[in-house]
Design a protein around this ligand. Structure first.
Ligand SMILES: [Zn+2]
Length: 292
């Protein structure tokens, strides 16, 4: 997007840097949550506006990734959509953004990244795994190991083998990593460093994970797509149109909110608009999101 959208957080000795690809994306909330209405968005306007909802109840969100720096490691958590893609949705097709340049401007040129972790393998979380050079898709982070959940890779490979539609991201952002021998399969609670580890949050996809950070008594979590928009804290049972397993998605979401509610843990949310990070607070039977 641009360097102005870079944000940084410190969690003890760990640094998290936000790199945004699509900034302040606005759309109708029912595109994401089929039962949602502008009226309910307005009911929660005291804490959703102005950051997360327009005055007329449309959602505001980002498509973004996070670099986590821990104990000398440079860990890219998710890699957004990518340039030059042909996708099911026009909004994701033929982008020509500055994601890799922004990463370098933040102090981390792509050649210095040693680990890439995709929370899941939807097209908006694995795109910059690769980029196009002389008409070929090549790894964007040639010196990194790419960590994948095996169940997630198997799921998408099976769909591709069955000839399903919209598998372009498997061909251009996952296969080249496997072919280059850069992939490592990890379990859903894999420890990347002493300060950074995965927690299983399945439902949105089969092998979905979130990323927990703990250092010097401070904690944070990078959500992935266990939640897309803050209104889901107030309405956790609303069906997410993109959840693979709707029931498990809702159960995992509520367990996640419970785990992090009323704690000091900073919740860094993969699709939340500015400031993207805050705290989950219990609110009656449900929850809400508070930003500093
Ligand atoms: Zn997503």
């Amino acid at each position: 997007m641009s360097v102005e959208t870079i944000r940084r957080w410190k969690i003890g000795d760990v640094e998290v840097i936000r790199i945004v690809e699509l900034y302040d994306f606005q759309d109708d909330i029912w595109v994401l949550l089929k039962d949602a209405t502008p009226e309910v968005m307005l009911r929660h306007k005291d804490w959703l506006q102005p950051q997360f909802s327009t005055p007329d109840g449309r959602m505001r969100m980002n498509f973004q990734a996070f670099l986590v720096v821990s104990q000398g490691r440079r860990i890219m958590v998710d890699t957004c959509i990518g340039n030059d893609r042909q996708r099911e949705y026009d909004v994701f097709s033929n982008l020509s953004g500055t994601f890799l340049e922004d990463l370098a401007a933040a102090g981390y040129p792509r050649g210095t990244i040693d680990t890439v972790l995709c929370t899941h393998l939807h097209l908006d979380h694995c795109g910059w795994n690769t980029h196009k050079v002389d008409g070929k898709w090549v790894p964007s982070f040639p010196n990194a190991r790419y960590l994948f959940a095996k169940s997630e890779v198997d799921f998408w490979q099976k769909k591709k083998a069955a000839g399903e539609a919209h598998m372009e991201h498997v061909v251009d952002a996952i296969d080249p990593i496997l072919d280059a021998g850069l992939a490592d399969y990890v379990g859903p609670d894999h420890k990347i460093t002493d300060e950074v580890w995965l927690i299983p949050t399945p439902g949105h996809t089969v092998g979905h994970v979130s990323v927990h950070i703990a250092s010097q008594g401070q904690e944070a979590v990078i959500t992935g797509d266990v939640v897309h928009h803050p209104v889901q804290l107030a309405e956790p049972d609303w069906v997410n149109n993109f959840d693979f397993d709707i029931e498990k998605g809702a159960a995992t979401r509520k367990a996640f909110f419970d785990r992090y509610a009323d704690k000091d843990a900073l919740v860094i949310a993969s699709h939340f608009f500015d400031p993207s990070a805050g705290h989950i607070v219990k609110d009656g039977e449900a929850w809400k999101f508070e930003v500093d």
